[in-house]
Design a binder for this molecule. Structure first.
Ligand code: 1GP
Length: 223
């Protein structure tokens, strides 16, 4: 995951080169709060330097950009903020229809992770308690029954605690659509733990921003 705020051309080049050599599947670009107006520029730069797909991970409808390959169309199903469940999607719908973006309908679920995160604050929603895997499982199941195509368990960028294996396992056991897990994952061991618990995709942002060489460690990870 690339947060366009937290990178510059030189750093981005290094990161993309390392990602191309590493065992990554695709790039996500976006964030809950973007301060610089460089989303499109960042996507164009990534596309120019990789054959891997680039998907939008938008914090709000202003982050829709036709230069990407697709979009995780996030509905924040752990929260009860109507705009993030459906309101923003209504506004985005005509733009998405006109675009050629591949749309991946995603049930986005915030899981409590120790301290408030940017996404929990900005979304004005209450995360699912970390010790209530059954709520997470029922929420994910409802998302699947509503027709969502994937579930994203999110501890929040830079989270103190990543989503627990208990929660990942409980959700995985309950749904049959692909499961994405991210937030606060900082080591190869944690990535393997998440895959072993049932994650189909693990998202890494901060750890790579802080140390691009971390990508080298990903080469040997078994998914
Ligand atoms: C955030 O899940 C992603 O939306 C990635 O989190 O920055 O903690 O890796 P990190």
């Amino acid at each position: 995951l690339i947060d366009p705020d937290k990178t510059d051309a030189k750093k981005l080049q290094k990161l993309i080169d390392a990602a191309n050599k590493a065992n990554i599947d695709f790039f996500l670009v976006g964030g809950s709060l973007l301060l610089k107006n460089n989303l499109e520029e960042t996507i164009v730069f990534i596309k120019k330097n990789t054959k891997k797909k680039v998907y939008l991970f938008p914090g709000n409808p202003s982050q829709i950009c036709n230069k990407a390959d697709g979009i995780l169309l996030l509905s924040l199903i752990s929260g009860r903020n109507a705009d993030l469940l459906i309101g923003n999607h209504v506004q985005a719908a005509p733009l998405l229809k006109q675009s050629k973006l591949q749309i991946i309908s995603t049930g986005y679920m915030l899981i409590e992770s120790g301290t408030p995160t940017t996404v929990s604050y900005i979304s004005n929603t209450q995360p699912i308690p970390a010790n209530k895997p059954e709520i997470a499982a029922c929420t994910a199941l409802a998302g699947e029954q509503l027709g969502l195509k994937t579930i994203y368990l999110e501890a929040g960028s830079g989270a103190q605690n990543a989503v627990s294996t208990t929660t990942i396992k409980a959700v995985k056991k309950t749904i049959s659509i692909p499961l994405i897990v991210g937030g606060g994952i900082r080591s190869a061991a944690q990535i393997e733990t998440a895959f072993n618990a049932g994650a189909d995709i693990v998202v890494i942002g901060t750890a790579i921003e802080n140390n691009v060489n971390f990508l080298e460690e990903l080469k040997n990870i078994k998914k």
